[in-house]
Ligand binder design. Structure first.
Ligand code: XMP
Length: 333
């Protein structure tokens, strides 16, 4: 709309003025904030922006390809995709402790990104080298790191924090979303032409499926989980609630599937199966500090469970998590 058009014009002018003819690097995760930041900065400076997308192999089904289709394909932005899945899976082999897994994933992520950023800083044929690091920091992030951290008095889970990266890399910081709230970031994303599906996505943790596969992370587990989770999300999006006219993806704050590395007995045709279990998790919350499990319609649960068990060979049992936060957390690890 007109007001948003005005806002974009102003933001674009500001970025151009700040950056001049220099070059910018941005870490693209596929999440809302980095995606909107990338789209805005690309609108302002085009090929002076290079996005680095680190694929740790713990993303959802087709997620990496979707990020590339959107940014490299549709927006024609310069995007470097780093497929680091073997590195991550290798380092995670044998590790079962959730906090150790988080530290390994967060640490490797920073290492891989830094290595790419260093190359881009040095420049190459046609590129003089980057001097800015862009981040999708939004207003609530600024407030949280500014000392008013009241809500997170107790750290239950360490989130990986990329603070200090610009200094370490010797790059100037560019943060065009610093003054915006989440709903404003989403509106901006839509106005910049990003699909509503991307802009209104549920949050996804930095360690990805690494904390949704309980215990040791294995590629086979991740592959099974990705397929089961895609079915759950597809059915949530397709299942409309009559009373509100909304689908159940939009009626929940976060929904996903958890892989349980335990086997249980089942029966398929004339045979016995002995396969893995997944749990479906769906919550409603306003701030993610407390959350209620969502009262999904039985018909929806039945359809999801039937599809997962029939379509994902290797999973023969589906459960629904009816725990609220507290005392449970939203993620299982
Ligand atoms: P919990 O499980 O603590 O989750 O109730 C609250 C919210 O935080 C997300 N979460 C994470 N996000 N790195 C992240 O970036 C993490 O290590 C992490 N752990 C949990 C979770 O998905 C939920 O939205």
């Amino acid at each position: 709309d007109w007001i948003m058009g005005d806002y974009i014009a102003e933001a674009v002018a500001k970025i151009r003025e700040q950056v001049g003819d220099e070059e910018v690097i941005l870490g693209l995760s596929g999440g809302v904030d980095s995606s909107v930041a990338a789209a805005l900065i690309h609108r302002a400076i085009g090929d002076q922006l290079t996005c680095v997308f680190v694929d740790h192999g713990l993303l959802r089904l087709n997620e990496g390809d979707m990020v590339m289709d959107m940014f490299a394909g549709k927006l024609h932005a310069r995007v470097i995709r780093v497929d680091a899945s073997e590195l991550f899976l290798g380092q995670l082999a044998g590790v079962t402790d959730p906090e150790k897994k988080r530290k390994i994933i967060g640490g490797l992520f920073v290492d891989v990104f830094k290595a790419e950023a260093a190359k881009l800083k040095a420049g190459d044929g046609g590129h003089k080298g980057a001097s800015f690091l862009a981040q999708g920091t939004i207003y609530p992030d600024v407030v949280e790191s500014g000392g008013t951290k009241t809500k997170k008095a107790i750290t239950i889970k360490s989130h990986h924090n990329v603070g200090g990266l610009p200094e370490q890399l010797g790059l100037k910081l560019l943060e065009p979303l610093r003054e915006l709230f989440k709903d404003e970031v989403r509106a901006l994303g839509v106005a910049l032409g990003l699909p509503a599906e991307m802009v209104y996505r549920h949050p996804f943790p930095g360690p990805g499926l690494g904390v949704r596969i309980l215990g040791e992370v294995k590629k086979d587990y991740a592959d099974l989980l990705r397929r089961a989770d895609a079915i759950f999300i597809e059915e949530l999006r397709g299942w409309k609630d009559e009373a509100t006219g909304k689908n159940w993806y939009d009626l929940t704050s976060q929904a996903f599937t958890v892989f349980l590395p335990v086997k249980s007995v089942g029966v398929m045709g004339d045979g016995r199966t002995y396969d893995y279990v997944v749990a479906l998790r769906a919550v409603q919350t306003s701030d993610f500090m407390t959350a209620d499990w969502a009262e999904l319609p039985y018909g929806l649960l039945k359809k999801v469970s039937g599809r997962i068990i029939n379509e994902v060979r290797g999973i023969n049992r589906v459960t629904y998590d009816v725990s609220s936060k507290p005392p449970a957390t939203i993620e299982w690890e």
